[in-house]
Write a protein that binds this ligand. Structure first.
Ligand code: GLC
Length: 745
């Protein structure tokens, strides 16, 4: 990596010598993949010639970046084309969806968030970055930092849930993991937080639908994780697909310039989501592709991620006829070249293929993935302490459910370069753990549930398997019931297939898909002890299970070593310590739902807003049990009153009252009793993950200063600090009861 002076000189020189077409080329990113013969022809003639068309453009030096290449030999080959095919030799930036691992697959992002453990999250993305950089990928389209409060929205799985503070901590940890100490660090890559901004509030939870967001929700809830990612040094931001308050995010000057640049101080480059510039025409916002390109660039987009014939190709003419300033184009090119410079691509554009193979095979990466999976699981229920199971006292164990044996589902969505063969399923993990101790019988029980409409990845052949045509459902259920009847314990693995969650995977229902509920009830009816293991990315309607199944462990989609991690948790080698990153509704009728609501009117009835069912959640935000118990003593404040800019230290003694060492995520919730705006009853203002030995007590202290109390008010349309009285609650979830108060002003 060169120093700033050299860097600027090189970029100034290139800008002075590049043609307009070459400058515009730097602003274009192409998907590079070969589609099945004939695929896409009806959509756009360009896509059927994609590889050839892209390679021709590479040689001409009119491509800035490619995505969807993960083979080091290919990245080297294409890089060579781009560098040696023309007089400027500007290296390509290879971007990719490195969402939760590349070859070593980690738990899905919502699972990593459930660890509430910034160090684990940073370590996970450090491994992902190392594997990506080794194969020639320089940039991750991650972290996804969209706040999600509607479980119907499938992309809830890709983020950190509903809370801006947890989301901010997770976002910053991911950026540090991807980028290292500073952008350009070896074995690290550019982080590209997405989707800017507000995407998670899609109308009805319907992915891609418009978002109407109030200013206070925008500034207080949606934006903080993006700010945290930018403050952590993120080199890129991806603009979102959808209309935000009537203006498409990728053509929204207020959003991409006044907010992102002026308010948040972002200095990196902005890329659109896939085809989102050209789609400004689809939105009926732009008149045609040329208008779309001009308005995206002038709004603040620097690079177009193009699937088909790129809209940005029209910029050449737009510059000539004055619809776009050359200065704006140069600014965008410069932002992109700066990143290429910082990554050292001008000096070292190629990767060592032998080294790539070694890095991808590193067993230490798999160990990290297992460790992350163990720390991400959330123990939702443990009636009578059914968990952990004692492997030495079991004679036989039944493992039941189609997800228990599915390697592909164990990995979850947004994985592409994985090694399926090395993926440890939950059934395999249990069988390995119990080898020589207990017999393990595995029964599918029901057919794999299927989506009604195909997933977006179906066209690439990646979808969950279908039951064979001659699948005998009654016989399968009978075998599962018999296995449970004969077993000392039945471990039932249920949830959603990996293609039922993620992008283009919104759902109008939260029930267990297919016949899984019938299977669960049949297994419980045998009278055998039952533990439910959930594989999911959104909260599911498990009201019946929450009443009838003593042990419920949510393991999400736990990744390459998922089965090993789940076995370790079920049999007590490790203890679950995860906490829910979202509020868990009883039913889909409650969504959107979250913990940070205001008192509003008639707060005494807040648990009975519906006449037919409690309106409280099934499990609160921040909920999660362990294999020990914790008690919170009284909360102490070091000052009863502070000035407007003052800081109060809030401390609490937390005792581990069980007989096992344990980890507790101590959470502090804040509420101001009056002020410029009504504020959340329970605003998560701080948290700390603490290890407490059996029988010991730890004191946990938090500093609550102006930054924790400041918010954007719709009354003044500005940031405010109120002189008021604050309630403080500290505990293990959003229903924390240990209380204190202090006055400000
Ligand atoms: C997708 C997603 C985005 C992803 C991009 C490239 O449609 O919206 O999150 O990074 O396209 O795959």
């Amino acid at each position: 990596m060169t120093d700033t002076t050299e860097r600027t000189a090189r970029i100034d020189d290139l800008l002075a010598r590049m043609t307009t077409k070459q400058k515009v080329g730097q602003l274009i990113q192409y998907f590079y993949f070969s589609l099945p013969a004939g695929a896409g022809e009806g959509i756009d003639p360009f896509i059927s010639r994609q590889p050839q068309a892209v390679e021709a453009a590479l040689a001409e030096g009119v491509v800035g970046s490619l995505l969807f290449v993960t083979d080091p030999a290919e990245t080297n080959r294409l890089q060579k084309l781009a560098i040696e095919g023309n007089e400027h030799g500007i290296p390509l930036l290879f971007g990719f969806d490195v969402i939760h691992g590349l070859r070593t697959i980690f738990p899905v992002p919502i699972a990593l968030a459930a660890s509430w453990d910034a160090d684990t999250i940073e370590r996970a993305q450090t491994v992902a970055a190392r594997e990506a950089r080794a194969v020639g990928i320089h940039w991750a389209f991650a972290p996804m930092v969209d706040i999600a409060r509607d479980a119907r929205w499938g992309r809830i799985i890709e983020g950190a849930g509903e809370d801006p503070l947890l989301g901010s901590v997770v976002a910053a940890a991911q950026v540090r993991g991807f980028q290292g100490e500073e952008l350009g660090a070896s074995e690290h890559i550019v982080a590209g937080p997405k989707h800017f901004a507000g995407y998670g509030a899609a109308l009805g939870g319907r992915d891609y639908d418009e978002v109407d967001l109030s200013d206070q929700e925008f500034w207080n809830t949606c934006l903080p994780p993006f700010k945290a990612a930018i403050d952590a040094g993120a080199g890129n931001i991806m603009s979102a697909y959808m209309d935000l308050n009537g203006v498409p995010a990728s053509g929204n000057h207020w959003l991409l310039t006044e907010v992102l640049r002026d308010a948040l101080g972002f200095e990196g480059f902005v890329v659109t989501d896939a085809n989102a510039a050209k789609d400004l025409e689809t939105h009926h916002f732009a008149a045609d592709a040329a208008d779309a390109a001009v308005r995206a660039l002038n709004a603040g987009v620097d690079m177009e991620m193009g699937i088909f014939q790129p809209a940005f190709a029209n910029l050449i003419e737009a510059i000539d006829d004055g619809r776009v300033d050359t200065a704006r184009v140069d600014e965008a090119v410069r932002r992109i070249l700066v990143v290429k410079e910082k990554l050292g691509l001008f000096e070292q554009p190629y990767v060592d293929e032998a080294d790539a193979r070694r890095v991808l095979a590193d067993p230490a990466h798999r160990d990290e993935a297992q460790r992350a999976a163990e720390r991400s699981a959330v123990l939702l229920r443990n009636e009578g302490g059914i968990l952990p199971l004692d492997p030495d006292s079991l004679g036989s164990v039944a493992v039941i459910g189609p997800l228990a044996t599915s390697q592909r589902d164990t990995l979850g969505p947004w994985v592409f370069d994985f090694d399926l063969g090395e993926t440890v399923t939950i059934a395999e993990g249990i069988a390995t753990r119990l080898a020589g101790k207990a017999s393990v019988v595995v029964e599918q029980g029901v057919a794999e549930p299927k989506r009604t409409f195909p997933s977006m990845f179906e066209q690439f052949g990646d979808t969950s398997p279908s039951a064979p045509a001659d699948f005998d459902a009654d016989a399968a259920l009978d075998r599962a019931v018999r296995a449970a009847t004969d077993a000392d314990v039945a471990i039932v693995v249920l949830g959603e297939q990996q293609d039922m969650i993620g992008e283009n995977a919104s759902r109008s229902d939260l029930s267990l898909p297919g016949d899984q509920q019938r299977l669960l009830e049949a297994v419980v009816a045998t009278g055998t002890r039952v533990v439910l293991v959930l594989m999911n990315g959104r909260p599911l309607d498990i009201r019946w299970a929450a009443e009838n199944v003593p042990g419920i462990l949510d393991v999400w989609y736990p990744g390459t070593r998922g089965g090993s991690a789940v076995a370790s948790l079920l049999f007590g080698d490790t203890a679950p310590a995860g906490k829910l990153p979202f509020t868990w509704p009883r039913t889909v009728g409650q969504v959107p739902i979250h913990h940070a609501i205001t008192r509003s009117h008639a707060p005494q009835n807040q648990d009975k807003r519906y006449w037919n069912e409690e309106s409280t959640p099934l499990f609160p935000f921040g909920h999660g049990l362990g294999y020990t118990s914790f008690e919170y003593a009284e909360v102490r404040v070091d000052a009863e009153r502070v000035g407007l800019d003052g800081t109060v230290t809030v401390s609490v003694d937390v005792a581990n009252t069980g007989d096992r060492d344990g980890v507790e995520v101590v959470q502090l919730y804040l509420h101001q009793r009056f002020g410029t705006s009504s504020r959340p009853l329970r605003q998560l203002a701080a948290f700390e993950r603490v290890e407490i030995a059996a029988g010991q007590t730890e004191t946990v202290a938090f500093r609550i200063g102006p930054d924790e109390r400041r918010y954007w008010s719709a009354a003044t349309r500005d940031w405010v600090l109120d002189a008021t009285v604050f309630d403080v609650w500290v505990g293990g979830d959003a229903n924390a009861q240990a209380h204190a108060e202090f006055t400000v002003g």
